[in-house]
Design a protein around this ligand. Sequence first.
Ligand SMILES: *Cc1c(COP(=O)(O)O)cnc(C)c1O
Length: 480
Amino acid sequence: MIDLSPEEFRQLGYQAIDMISERLAAMQDAPVRQPVPPELRDQLMHQPLPETGINPAALLEQVDELVLSYPMGNSSPRFFAWVNSSPAPIAILGELLAASLNASVAGGDQSAFYVEHGVLNWMKAIFGFPGDSGGILTSGGSMANLIPLAVMRFVKTQGTVRAQGFYGESAPMVIYTSTQGHSCIQKAMELLGFGSEYLRKIPTDAEFRMDMDKLKAQIAADRAAGLRPVCIAASAGTVNTGAIDPLDEIADLCAQEDLWFHVDGAYGGFGILAEQTGGLYQGIERADSIAVDPHKWLYIPVECGCALVKNAQAMRDTFSLVPPYLRDDRALPWFSEFGPQQTRGFKALKLWLTMQHIGIEGYRELITHDVAMAQALQERIGAREDFELVAAGALSVTCFRYTPPGAADIEALNRQLLPTVQSEGRVFLTGTELDDQFVLRACIVNFRTRESDLDILLDTIAEAGQRALAATPDIPASQR
Ligand SMILES: *Cc1c(COP(=O)(O)O)cnc(C)c1O
């Protein structure tokens, strides 16, 4: 029986909500994560095709035991890896409520369609975009970068790309990002047919921001070589260090050089709300397009990205397959005319609920808190003899190393201690490479993180490091 009686549905719903609530209540003290036992991996991957139905209450119990018990860990206050935030609890309910409508938000006269327009208008307001800009919610930052770059391609080919591809173009088009730009920009270049050879990764300055002199020199060299520069894809918060490219200067350069100005703010965009960093975003309002990820710093459950494109007409012309003579100008155009998807989920409800629950004032405090936590971590690292700060951008990423006095090979030591720390589950962080050097990286997009969690982070790393040193016989104990 697919249908459930209202009473059965209510009972199962209570059961599910109880499961979630208990885990939320235990979050502060629970381990961040535990590795998935090998038998369970096999069990989950190779479960037989269910021939007959199973009692739903028993199934929910299985979900609790087999699925909810083995998360990545990003709801924990001691999760510092990648850019994965905890979901706002109200947004969890938003997912549930949206699923109950099962709205396809391609378009049409339905509440979900207007709610998405509502949240897009809030996004435009945050970034200083005019109300008549185009916008769409996406699966995440990768799509939120791809869609505007597709619009850029349409505009820079005068629209001919839709029918003719690049065959009518006389010169290859070139796009600029920094060496710290996200890999999704390159993916977009490849998917859109520009070719990654024509993506220039401009070196960065000492703060890992795009070097403007090198950018200008590269544009000039490309023009001299007969190529056609078309776009700068700037970062408003790199994943490695949280660096924000000089957006205002890039806006000037784009205006002078007739380039499309795109900003990837998937991680850092909402840092515009933080007290410490708001000023660094000057010029973002001059962008032609922006990609942001509410599923990162707005604490919305995955998936939820957002693309904004100032020229809504160009955005529609890039994707619409409704011939203009059939377009109904009395109604709002459908979202399916502004992106590649036809049937699309009701992502807007979780955002609509959460943004109203927290309010922009609340978000300012939360994001300011995260930046303050990162600064507190940097201060702790600076005050300890056994740690070294390698890089700290303006946002909430800290790159550092464990450097106990006397340790011979710091690089090897840090590479060695990280998997130990990860498998223990007291804290979780990842590493990255900066200037060919391996570093530990802690990113705080987490409303649960407190200063005491920072101490646990550093102590846990130091303990794992000491054990690694003890296991390495060629370093005498007296030198550790
Ligand atoms: C996360 C991220 C992306 C990719 O976004 P997804 O949501 O993972 O698809 C792109 N750029 C930056 C700067 C990011 O932080």
